[in-house]
Every structure is written in C-alpha cells, then in structure tokens.
Design a protein around this ligand. Structure first.
Ligand SMILES: *Cc1c(COP(=O)(O)O)cnc(C)c1O
Length: 399
C-alpha cells in the first residue's frame, strides 16, 4: 500500500529540523494564525541575533523584501539601479516594480559576484554624466559573498546606498561576519529551495529602526493608526504569517548544521571529481565562507569530453535534476535593452556552469548516483563511493 520512494533526486529540497512542527502546532493551539503572533516575534528576535542585533522584519518573500528595501532607498520612476547581471530575476524585477531600470554589471571570477572595478567605473561615468544610480544591489550568489569592502567603499565615496541581496546567503560570511548586514539594507529569502525555508518567506534587515518600522507598516497595507481604515501611504500585503514564522524559528536553529551539510556535499563531489580535468568546483573566495547552498561546477568541454548540456541531459535520463547557472539578465528578453558594464564573464559562467543536487538531506547513496551519472556522461571509468581513483593523474576524461 505504501508508495515506493521516488528515485528522482532534486536540486535542493526543504529539510526540516526537530522543532518546526512544534512551533506550528503552538500557533494552531493558540489560534495565532494570522500576521501577528509569538512565532513572528520570536523569529524576528532570533534573526536579529544572527544579524548581531540589527532590526529586521519578516515578510512574505525575498522579492517583497527587495521591493520594500529599494523603496526605502528612494528608488522611483526614471532612476537607475546597478545590479549584477548574473543573478536570479527577482533582483532586477524589484527595480522595475518601482519604475526604475537596472544597469547590469558583470561578475569577477574569484567569487562570480559583482565586479567592484566595474562598479567603480559605472559610478565614475555616472558622475561625469551628472546621473548617478539611485542605489546599488549587490548579490551573494549561491551562498558566496561578493567582495563587499571595495563595493561599499566606492559607493560611500559617491554617496550611493547599497542593498545586499542575501537571498541565497543565510549562513554566508564575509571576513567572518554574516552577510546581509554590512550595507544599510539586506534581504533574505526562505523560499522552498533555499538553505533554510519557511516554504515561502523573506526578511528585510537594516541599521535604522525607523526604516524597518516603515517597511513593517508598508507590509501591512500601510494602515494609519486608529480603528478607521485610513491610509495616507501606498502599502502592500507583504507580511509573513505567524504559522510560517514557526517554521522559520525551527529552521534557524539548524542553519549552522545545514551549512556544514551542504559544504560536505560540495567537498564530496570535489573529491569524487578530482581526477576529472575539465570539471572545477566554483571557487571559494578568500574573503569569506561559501555555504555551498548549491554545488556548482564549471565544465571545460574540451578537457572533460562532455558539454554542460550533455551532463544535464544524461543526469535527467537517470531522474536526477541539475541546472545551468542563472541566465544573466542581459541575455534575458525582459532586460535585453538594459545598459550594462561588461558581461562576458557572466556569459561564460552561464554557458559552462552546472548546479548539481545539493540538498543538506542528500544521502551518500543518492550522491553516489549523481557522481556515477556525471562520470558515465563524460566517459570516465567508474569509481566507488565517491572516493577518487588514483589511476590516471590527467583524469580518464582528459583528451
Ligand atoms: C530566491 C531569490 C530571490 C527571491 O526570493 P523569494 O523569496 O523567492 O521571493 C531574490 N534574489 C535572489 C538572488 C534569489 O536567489
């Protein structure tokens, strides 16, 4: 009568800890089933601890947090906002929600994030033309911090505020500190595929209590004080529910364990592919801790003997999900007309990057299947249990 376990291996699945359900039950038992309640208060307090005491507000999604954060920075119609081209579309969509246009900046190769030199170039050119961007969105991709210091420095020099899109970066460190709190505003996502999840949700973090209070106000339809439904400002229905905040409380308790598990997954892939000359794990930049939210590899088709797309297709035939790296925004129909600074690095990472199954709940047996699938696709001799073979130093795949 029981259904057989699915053979399908997904890219990144939710992984609950021991306490989420208890917090959710508590919400049901006490009937706090709306957008106020003890789970919300506790989740925000716990997140505040993670952020070394910075105020924060729990929201319906990371996208909602980006929207409110950019509005707090005064982004509006006719403005330009610098964004990395290599990101998930939500980063730039939030700019458009406010009637502004993203200006797309290429990545550097050390972390795959926004290139500080190009940010400096864009700001210098903006000043020369008398048109500075209203804000800069810096993204921490796949669990790795951008090189924040030079970006924050040059932006401070020009008086342009920065928002950190840390949607993929809970647990990510820059110079020993959690990212998302270094700029005036930071955004996190708890979508179902992220390293911790509330099924759907987000967090906006800031340095100014009044700003975060304003975002909280906007997130609840901007209803003015008093019992009448009076509104002087435009609001949104963006608040997180007390039920989902209960999931968030439990997930925060296991964040560090999830980081360690994901890093172990990446390390095991790296070891298993050590003899493959044309397959390289995304670098870990010297300035921080990569959580390996996703295990991302770069394919060198000539040396590996298989293309990225061939790997994706071969894995799919074995019911294993893998994905290309994010398609850069300047290659998207939606943003094809956007101004940009460079783009060839992002294009190369997109063309050759592959995200492998990376769940913190991935079993060794499942990971062995992924490893075997990759090795078979490039014609490498099999190896067992993810232990690197020592046969050929150049790798069986090398041509
Ligand atoms: C997931 C993600 C978002 C959006 O978060 P949601 O909670 O899904 O709305 C924004 N930016 C980046 C870089 C993301 O990966």
């Amino acid at each position: 009568m029981t259904t057989p376990p699915s053979r399908r291996i997904h890219l990144s699945v939710p992984h609950m800890g021991a306490h989420e359900l208890a917090y959710v039950r508590e919400a049901f038992a006490t009937n706090w089933l709306s957008s106020v309640g003890p789970n919300l208060d506790a989740f925000e307090a716990d997140f505040r601890d993670l952020m070394s005491g910075l105020p924060c507000v729990a929201l319906a999604s990371g996208t909602a947090a980006l929207h409110l954060g950019l509005r707090l920075l005064g982004v509006g119609p006719g403005d330009e906002v610098l964004c990395p081209s290599l990101t998930f579309v939500a980063s730039t969509n939030a700019v458009r929600y406010l009637g502004a246009e993203p200006v797309l900046v290429d990545s550097e190769r050390t972390s795959w994030n926004m290139d500080p030199a190009l940010v400096a170039e864009a700001l210098a050119e903006g000043r020369a033309k008398g048109r500075l961007p209203r804000a800069v969105v810096v993204v921490h991709l796949y669990g790795q911090s951008a090189d924040l210091d030079p970006i924050l420095e040059v932006c401070a020099e020009y008086g342009v505020p920065v928002l950190e899109d840390a949607a993929e970066a809970a647990g990510t460190h820059y110079k020993g500190r959690q990212v998302g709190g270094m700029a005036p505003l930071g955004v996190f996502s708890f979508n179902g595929n992220k390293i911790i999840t509330t099924t759907g949700g987000g967090m906006l973090v800031g340095h100014d209590e009044a700003q975060i209070a304003k975002a909280r106000f906007w997130s609840q339809q901007a209803r003015d004080p008093g019992i009448a439904y009076e509104h002087s400002e435009l609001g949104y229905n963006y608040r997180m529910s007390n039920v989902l905040a209960g999931i968030g409380r439990g997930q925060l308790e296991v964040l560090e364990a999830r980081v360690q598990a994901r890093r172990a997954v990446a390390a095991r892939y790296e070891q298993a592919f050590a003899d493959l000359d044309g397959l390289a794990l995304m670098p870990e930049a010297p300035w921080g801790r990569h959580t390996r939210w996703l295990s991302v590899f770069l394919v060198d088709e000539r040396r590996l003997g298989a293309s990225r797309d061939a790997l994706v297709a071969a894995l799919a035939r074995d019911d294993i999900e893998s994905r290309p790296v994010w398609k850069p925004m300047h290659m998207q129909p939606l943003y094809a007309a956007a101004r940009r600074y460079g783009g060839v690095v992002a294009e190369d990472l997109f063309a050759r990057g592959i995200c492998l199954p990376s769940s913190s709940s991935l079993t060794a047996e499942e990971q062995d299947r992924v490893i075997a699938g990759v090795r078979a696709a490039c014609g490498a001799r099999g190896q067992s249990r993810g232990v690197a073979t020592s046969s050929s130093p150049e790798g069986a795949c090398a041509r």
